[in-house]
Design a protein around this ligand. Structure first.
Ligand code: ZN
Length: 202
């Protein structure tokens, strides 16, 4: 029997993270039963976001404009820069409401195995941004390294710290208690707040 468009939809849904064939079938049925309230609006939103979302030229966040709303918000603390691996980490920190400075999304960690070096992560651009942080009245500008506690995450943090040495910056790392390999995304807000509050100088 040839594959119907519905079969194709279910197949595609089953490739989404966290969904297998069974949940994909359930999701497709749910969408079909709620065609006007869910399926068609969802399709329109996907189409719109899929066509128009952009990577912020400054920080690597996702938004509908070249510079994201966080980078354009002059009220944010221009003396602090938080370095994260992934956009999901940025979102987690924003959701927890524990940081009001600027971000830098690396898009991964240094990994010889996966062929990701400093150039792939845009570390030169990060160094430039760190240098242009505003001076705070009572302290040095700060770069917070919020990469994961995995080996690659730690290596990346140390590499960045080395590159930023002698820039007159305070360099800190999220406190441990962050589970090894745990994406910030999976931490509850309280744990994340604690890790941010108890961050330590490198
Ligand atoms: Zn941005």
């Amino acid at each position: 029997m040839p594959e119907t468009p519905l079969d194709q939809l279910i197949k595609r849904l089953s490739r989404l993270p966290g969904l297998g064939p069974r949940s994909a079938r359930r999701t497709a049925l749910f969408l079909l039963k709620n065609r006007d309230q869910m399926m068609l609006p969802l399709a329109a939103e996907m189409d719109h976001v899929g066509r128009h979302v952009r990577v912020c030229v400054e920080c690597g966040n996702l938004d509908m404009q070249d510079k994201c709303s966080l980078c354009l918000d002059g009220r944010r603390d221009q003396s602090r820069l938080c370095v994260v691996e992934d956009v999901s980490d940025l979102w987690a920190i924003e959701r927890a409401g524990i940081f009001s400075g600027l971000y830098h999304v690396l898009g991964g960690t240094l990994s010889a195995l996966d062929g990701r070096g400093p150039a792939e992560l845009g570390i030169d651009r990060l160094v430039m941004r760190a240098k242009s942080l505003h001076k705070a009245e009572d302290r040095q500008p700060e770069v917070i390294l919020a990469t994961s506690a995995t080996v690659d995450g730690q290596t990346t943090a140390h590499y960045i710290a080395e590159r930023l040495e002698a820039q007159g910056l305070t360099i800190t790392r999220l406190a441990h208690g962050v589970p090894v390999g745990g994406e910030l995304n999976f931490l509850d807000d309280g744990t994340l707040a604690q890790a941010m509050k108890a961050r330590t100088a490198l």
